[in-house]
Structures are given as structure tokens and as C-alpha cells.
Design a protein around this ligand. Structure first.
Ligand SMILES: Cc1cc2nc3c(=O)[nH]c(=O)nc-3n(C[C@H](O)[C@H](O)[C@H](O)COP(=O)(O)OP(=O)(O)OC[C@H]3O[C@@H](n4cnc5c(N)ncnc54)[C@H](O)[C@@H]3O)c2cc1C
Length: 403
């Protein structure tokens, strides 16, 4: 017999969207269970950026000071290099927020922090190593989720099931929600390189002919994201590690003395990029948020921001109907309506950059010397433009606030 549990809200996925929503609902006294398939948060989850808008939410929750005590680095301007040409693409120092920077923090520290804070509320429960396998349905209504745990099967009944299980969402697939694919020309190789005392301070993106490299300053090491043409991993493997090391050093010559430490493919993780969105984010008693509703490209590093903003909008709009047990599909539609416009606009911008900057860069050598595209040159020259990009990346469109 499967173990049986019930809660007012079941959240599948303990990523940024799921943990934030879990915290907000539990804080409002709504009984919530978060299911996370992994045993811990100690993994590379794609992206370690905590945006000024998220830091502002921490402030609204009274958690900012404690949060900033965790080890982090502060990115106040975002730079790009095209060969020897340096451009500033975003300047966060003028944002109308308490923190005028992006905090770089390993995502496991961020998720651990949210889990700790949520755990202070008796209404919160987090089940690790618990993987949702499908939804429970009765007469066309979702009534919960089936999950597997190391101890066996689990049936979790809930008034509302939230799919916050990321880009390969089981929940959205099980609920039969239609996905619109928007396409992405790149995948990303994710690895670390040591950081030495004479290294640059800046977090920057470096464009070369046929490749791009993002280096995130994480204090003692660089977290590197190396963009490759979609589907080209087999070719890169076939060419071998020495060639990859040479290409990385060509993009960032100051790491030439340590690329040798990349001596095993196991140290290099392939993160596949996909950009898509659901036409309808909900069914009766079920709602998808974050990447499960709209998988984001890494361009601009904004996916975590959007996931968190979805969680706040969902908490603001659903807490009362969950408390009163008056939830209807109209409440869920309101969440989609609230969040769909910001999502569409940001995805449109990401695709613009993917198609007009990244695809050209990844098309490879033989296209002459690499020159920053006009759009980036204009951004780099005009300070107000750099503030606009900072606003889009750091705050986003129609930011949410804790109700
Ligand atoms: C290469 C790459 C780099 C990126 N870099 C950045 C960046 O720097 N900054 C940024 O803001 N965004 C970045 N993004 C986008 C960002 O990763 C996502 O938009 C963001 O993580 C979405 O958060 P989420 O909570 O919706 O989903 P996720 O972060 O994907 O979390 C989903 C969670 O659900 C769990 N899960 C999955 N299935 C199940 C299941 N069946 N049962 C239980 N649990 C389950 C997973 O283990 C995971 O913990 C990047 C994306 C890629 C591909």
C-alpha cells in the first residue's frame, strides 16, 4: 500500500520557484508539501544569480540581512569582451532597489536558506528524494500526485498541485498541457576553473569566433559556462579535451595556466538549453510556474528571477482561495494573466539575442574578425541604455511584491 498524505497545496520541485512558493504559503499558514527528487540541493542547478528584485523580496520578508551574510559576490556591472574590445552591457548601480547588484551565490546555498526559513513555519514540509511520477485524477479533476521515495510509493492528495519541476516537467506532461517550442541555437558546458589572486574581478561574457564563455566570479573559483552550437557535444568530444582547453584559453587567455586541470569529461556537465512556454499554465486544481510553465534561455541570466516572480504572484493570488477552499480555475487563470506578459516579453528579447548575436558567434570561424553587433555597441556606449538593460535583467517587467 502506498503511503498516503494530504496537504492544502502540493508543490512538485524544490527549485527557486517551488521553494519560494512553499515559503510564502507556509508563512501564510497554508499547509504545503514540497517534493524534491534529489537528496540535497548540492548540485549545479544552472545559474547562481540572485537578482536585485529577489533581494528586494528578501527585504520585504525581513530576511535580507541574514541572506547577505551567506558567502556571495556582488556584480554591479555586467561586461562583455569581443576579442580585445570590452563593453559594459548592464549597470546595476542606479536601480531603485535596496541592493544595486546581482548576488552570485551557489544555488544550493540559496535553496538551503529558503528551506531553513520555510522550515520555521509549522505548515511547511519538504520531502527530499521524493519524485513525482504522475498526477492523480478523478473525473477530470487533479486531486494530487503519485510519487516514489526510497521507502516506496507515496500518494499525496491536495486541493492544488503546483508543477515547479523545471524544464523537463513531469507535471505538465502528466497533465497534458500543450507546449509551444521557441527554439535555442546553443547548449552550455558547465565547469569550474580555479581563480587566482591576479585575476580580473568582473563577471563577464567573452565572445570568440565559434564559441562564447561566461565566467562567474565565485571567489575561489570561476564558474564557467561555455556556449556551444546546439547538438555539437559529440563533435567536441570527438575532437578531444586538449582542443577544448585550447579554445577556452583563446577566449580568456588569463586562464591558460590552469585549463590543464580540466582533464576528465566528468568535470564538464552538458546543460541543454530549451526555450518554450505552455499555452495554458493550468487545469482544474493544477498550475505550472517557473521553467515548467516557460523554460528560459540562459541569455541575460533571468530564469531564476522569473521563477521567483511567478511564485510571488501565485502566493499573492492563491493564498486566500486556498485558505477558504474556494479555489477555481479562474484564480489560476489570473496567475497566468499576471505573469504571461513579462514572460513573453523577456523570452522575445532572449530570442532576439539568441538569433542575432549568439547564433552568429556560434556559426564559427571564417566570418572575419569578431566585432560586437550594432545593438551591443549601442548599449555599450549609452549609459541610459546600460541602465535599461540592468533594469530588464535585475528587476524584470512588472515586478512582484509580497502581499
Ligand atoms: C545552461 C543554463 C544556464 C542558466 N543560467 C542562469 C543564470 O545564470 N541565471 C538565471 O536566472 N537563470 C539561468 N538559467 C535559467 C534557470 O536555470 C531557470 O530558469 C530556473 O532554474 C527555473 O527555476 P525553477 O524553479 O522553475 O526550475 P528548476 O530550477 O529547474 O528546479 C526544478 C526542481 O524540480 C526538481 N524536480 C524535477 N522533476 C521532479 C519530479 N518529478 N519530482 C520532484 N522534483 C522534481 C528538480 O530536481 C529541481 O530541483 C540557466 C539555464 C540554463 C539551461
Amino acid at each position: 500500500m502506498p503511503e498516503q498524505l494530504s496537504a492544502r497545496c502540493a508543490i512538485v520541485g524544490g527549485g527557486p520557484a517551488g521553494m519560494m512558493l512553499g515559503l510564502l504559503l507556509a508563512r501564510a499558514g497554508i499547509e504545503v508539501v514540497v517534493l524534491e527528487k534529489h537528496a540535497d540541493f548540492l548540485r549545479d542547478f544552472r545559474g547562481d544569480t540572485i537578482h536585485p528584485s529577489t533581494l528586494e523580496l528578501m527585504h520585504e520578508l525581513g530576511l535580507l540581512e541574514a541572506f547577505l551574510e551567506l558567502p556571495h559576490q556582488e556584480v554591479r556591472v555586467l561586461k562583455a569582451w569581443f576579442g580585445d574590445t570590452e563593453l559594459t552591457l548592464a549597470d546595476f548601480t542606479h536601480l531603485p532597489t535596496h541592493c544595486r547588484f546581482i548576488a552570485l551565490m551557489p544555488q544550493w546555498d540559496f535553496l538551503d536558506f529558503l528551506a531553513r526559513e520555510a522550515g520555521r513555519h509549522p505548515a511547511f514540509r519538504l520531502l527530499m528524494q521524493t519524485e513525482a511520477t504522475t498526477v492523480m485524477e478523478t473525473a477530470g479533476r487533479i486531486v494530487g500526485v503519485h510519487a516514489k521515495t526510497p521507502q516506496g510509493a507515496l500518494e499525496l492528495r491536495a486541493d492544488l498541485v503546483i508543477g515547479a519541476d523545471g524544464r523537463h516537467s513531469t507535471v505538465r506532461q502528466a497533465a497534458g498541457l500543450a507546449v509551444e517550442e521557441l527554439g535555442a541555437p546553443l547548449d552550455v558546458l558547465w565547469f569550474r576553473l580555479p581563480r587566482f589572486s591576479g585575476d580580473p574581478q568582473d563577471t563577464a561574457i567573452r565572445f570568440g569566433s565559434g564559441a562564447l564563455l561566461v565566467l562567474l566570479n565565485r571567489g575561489e573559483y570561476w564558474q564557467a559556462g561555455y556556449g556551444i552550437a546546439k547538438g555539437s557535444m559529440d563533435d567536441i568530444r570527438a575532437k578531444g579535451l586538449p582542443e577544448l582547453r585550447r579554445d577556452i584559453a583563446a577566449l580568456a587567455p588569463f586562464v591558460r595556466d590552469r585549463v590543464g586541470e580540466l582533464d576528465d569529461w566528468d568535470e564538464i556537465k552538458l546543460l541543454t538549453v530549451q526555450v518554450d512556454r505552455l499555452r495554458r499554465w493550468y487545469r482544474q486544481n493544477l498550475l505550472c510556474i517557473g521553467d515548467a510553465a516557460h523554460a528560459m534561455s540562459p541569455v541575460g541570466g533571468v530564469g531564476i528571477n522569473l521563477a521567483i516572480q511567478d511564485a510571488v504572484a501565485a502566493a499573492n493570488l492563491l493564498t486566500e482561495p486556498l485558505r477558504n477552499r474556494t479555489l477555481t480555475p479562474t484564480h489560476l487563470l489570473r496567475v497566468q494573466r499576471r505573469r504571461e506578459l513579462p514572460t513573453r516579453l523577456i523570452q522575445r528579447l532572449q530570442i532576439l539575442v539568441q538569433n542575432h548575436v549568439i547564433a552568429n558567434v556560434l556559426a564559427g570561424p571564417g566570418r572575419g574578425p569578431l566585432r560586437p553587433p550594432l545593438l551591443l555597441r549601442v548599449i555599450g556606449r549609452l549609459p541610459w541604455f546600460r541602465r535599461l538593460t540592468a533594469r530588464l535583467v535585475g528587476i524584470g517587467i512588472r515586478p512582484e511584491h509580497i502581499a
